[in-house]
Design a protein around this ligand. Structure first.
Ligand code: S3P
Ligand code: PEP
Length: 434
């Protein structure tokens, strides 16, 4: 049952130490690499994000039918049914991974049905499926062309070592292919068409593969990986910078803030660590010492007017809500991919910001925030659209609105299950509404 939460905050100062869980992006790559390496590559500091827990379960060949799944209506005989719920990375990475894995029960002949939540069935995957088919994989659709659920038979003869792939819809398709590339008999060259979106995530993939012994070459639009073996190593997962972004937002809306986030480093594989630079504009200083980052709020006039979120789409909601709450009429670019994430995040933002009188106006590729009619009601109800980031991006509003009611508070489990408990540690109060 979905329950709401009432969130309040007495006073406008926040302080505390918050231990964030491991990055779901790093962790989900590390787990797939670990599985492909046959156990040579170990993973440390595994995230407790639901997306990671689901992926881990799916990678375990002993798990036949995942729990969310028995009511899917699909015939389970001779099939391995894997339901990854709302986890985009799990869907994309496993689609590639399972093409290499005979599922095993009857000598490797059976199929895997890879499915997900209702929303996952609307998130496009045709670009990745076409690419895998071009390489030679036996993969198709169990329902609608271009969308999950997928039908996958593991093991195939590689037809080509070079393919073109569109890079401007989701970087996860590129990552999925790069993760398996070294295990293909002919290796793989990806020629990326169009501007690569979410580029730091591809850089993260290649950096982690490198840590696991897999070399690559990236020349212009081509990324090239030969057939290679993984080396024995342990991949250490850093805390989640996307989760950290909500603490930066809280600091930005507070009058006084002193927070310590252990385990985060200045040189992160996560592109979302750019939140330190973005939030410097809002007067938040980031000092890396004592094995983590100290955030402090310093008074500063807000000057920056344009924010490009193409490299860090998961920060878009965080930064847009902060600007709206501060009444800062900023302009945003790079939001194209938001419409195919957990929900249509542009529409969701527009609906929820309207509750404080702020408009997010779409003008082609450019989005303008209009705060001229901003007002602060006594209470705001936030709809979350099955999107963890809607809940977490709007929660900091409790610093300026006397009471916030957040729909379906457990939605945060996808990436940051301890979110509400952590808010409590920093001086927020919450009450679950039955
Ligand atoms: O590879 C990853 O771990 C991710 C890539 C991004 O997706 P897109 O490449 O689809 O923008 C990001 O939004 C997602 O949360 C995680
Ligand atoms: C977009 C996200 O995740 P995914 O695409 O992996 O579902 C996210 O965590 O914001």
């Amino acid at each position: 049952m979905k329950e709401n939460i009432i969130l309040t905050k007495k006073g406008k100062s926040v302080n505390g130490t918050i231990q964030l869980t491991g990055s779901k992006s790093e962790c989900n790559r590390a787990l797939v690499i670990g599985a492909l390496s046959g156990g040579k590559v170990k993973v440390e500091n595994i995230s407790d994000a639901a997306d990671t827990v689901t992926l881990m379960e799916a990678l375990n060949p002993k798990s036949r039918v995942s729990s969310q799944h028995e009511d899917s209506g699909l015939k389970t005989e001779d099939l391995r049914l894997v339901n990854i719920g709302p986890a985009g990375t799990a869907m994309r990475f496993l689609a590639a991974y399972f093409t290499l894995q005979p599922a095993g029960r009857k000598g490797g002949d059976e199929e895997v049905i890879l499915t997900g939540s209702e929303r996952m069935k609307q998130r496009p995957i045709g670009i990745l499926v076409n690419a895998l088919r071009e390489i030679g994989a036996d993969i198709g659709y169990a329902e609608n062309e271009g969308f999950p659920p997928l039908r996958i038979k593991g093991g195939f003869e590689q037809k080509t070592d070079t393919i073109s792939i569109k890079g401007d819809i989701s970087s996860q398709y590129v990552t999925a292919l790069l993760l398996i590339a070294s295990q293909l008999p002919l290796g793989l060259t990806l020629q990326i068409e169009g501007e690569l979106t979410s580029r730091p995530y591809v850089e993260m993939t290649l950096a982690m593969l490198q840590q696991a012994g897999i070399q690559h070459q990236w020349d212009g639009n081509s990324i090239y990986i030969t057939k290679q073996d993984f080396k024995e190593t342990t991949l250490y997962v850093e805390p989640d910078w996307s989760a950290a972004s909500y603490w930066y937002a809280i600091a930005a809306l507070a009058d006084e803030a002193e927070l310590f986030l252990p385990g985060l480093t200045a040189y992160s594989l996560q592109g979302d660590s750019v939140i330190t630079e973005i939030m410097a504009n809002f007067g938040i200083t980031s000092q890396f010492k004592d094995g983590g980052v100290h955030l402090k709020k310093e008074p500063k006039p807000l000057a920056r007017k344009i924010f490009d979120m193409k490299a860090c789409p998961d920060l878009a909601q965080t930064v847009i809500v902060v600007c709206a709450a501060l009444g800062h009429d900023a302009t945003f670019t790079g939001l194209e991919t938001l419409k195919i994430k957990e929900t249509d995040r542009v529409a969701a933002l527009q609906n929820e910001l309207a509750k404080i009188g702020v408009k997010l106006i779409e003008k082609g590729q450019v989005y303008k925030l209009d705060c001229s009619q901003k007002h602060i009601p006594e209470k705001v109800f936030i709809n979350t659209y099955d999107d963890h980031r809607m809940a977490m991006a709007f929660a900091p509003l409790a610093l300026i609105v006397p009471e916030i009611e957040v729909e379906d508070y457990m939605v945060v489990e996808k990436s940051y299950p301890a979110f509400w408990e952590d808010l409590e540690k920093a001086g927020f109060s919450f009450e679950v509404k039955g």
